[in-house]
Design a protein around this ligand. Structure first.
Ligand code: SF4
Ligand code: SF4
Length: 222
């Protein structure tokens, strides 16, 4: 899922300067699961802003709502109609939702309430870890299911690099070297021979380096 975290309150209060009527808008998708932008966080955010504005002596009217998903047009329609009633909408969705509102609701001033961080897995309560970078050309069948793009600090296709020491990454020794783990895993799976095959230079256009990506499924188009 997409992992996000709430922006610092001071940053949010700064971007709300001059805003008198605000909608704090959550999303029940990934940001709700990672406790950054669901119903509960909308309530906490609204309360914190009210308090901040009370302390600074600047009144603000705040409404609260949470959509099923902010990245889906069917849920955005009511906002497109009513969004103009507000000076701004503070979205607690990931960056996709915020962009989508800005694209589809031209009359709405939309502000980010969270920092969108990465695609991650939930390791335990309150702990998430990046596992995929959405590169668009998955190689996990060659690497024992462990991602060298997201989990190697240098995104090496053929590792480890010369800095790998004792199974730790040279960039951050608190992190395991994923290429050491790929070696260990392929060995355990009796697939060590795979490591003799040199992966060719990657075409990074599939990872977004060639501009924004788009996908069409002809069979699903209206
Ligand atoms: S190789 Fe690409 S698609 Fe596959 S897990 Fe890694 S970043 Fe994601
Ligand atoms: S030490 Fe391992 S994980 Fe770190 S940059 Fe080198 S190959 Fe990648």
């Amino acid at each position: 899922m997409i992992i996000a975290e709430r922006k610092p309150l001071n940053e949010i209060l700064g971007m709300l300067s001059g805003v008198r009527k605000l909608l704090v808008l959550g999303c029940r998708g990934c940001v709700a699961v990672c406790s950054a932008g669901g119903d509960k966080e909308v309530g906490l955010m609204a309360a914190a802003i009210r308090l901040g504005r009370k302390l600074s002596g600047e009144p603000i009217e705040i409404h609260e709502d949470t959509l099923v998903r902010q990245c889906d047009p069917e849920y955005l329609e009511p906002l497109a109609e009513k969004g103009g009633d507000y000076d701004a909408v503070l979205s607690l969705a990931c960056g996709v939702g915020i962009n989508f509102i800005a694209d589809r609701c031209p009359g709405v001033r939309v502000l980010p309430g969270v920092n969108t961080s990465f695609y991650g897995a939930n390791l335990s309560s309150g702990e998430w870890k990046e596992m995929c970078a959405g590169c668009g050309a998955c190689v996990l069948h060659l690497t024992g299911g462990l991602c060298p793009v997201a989990r190697c600090a240098k995104s090496l296709s053929n590792g480890p690099c010369g800095g790998s020491q004792g199974g730790r990454c040279e960039i951050d020794p608190s992190v395991p070297c994923i290429w050491q783990q790929i070696h260990d895993r392929l060995k355990a799976l009796n697939q060590e021979e795979r490591l003799r095959e040199i992966m060719p230079v990657r075409d990074w256009t599939t990872a977004g380096h060639g501009g924004p990506r788009r996908r069409l499924r002809e069979d699903l188009l209206p």
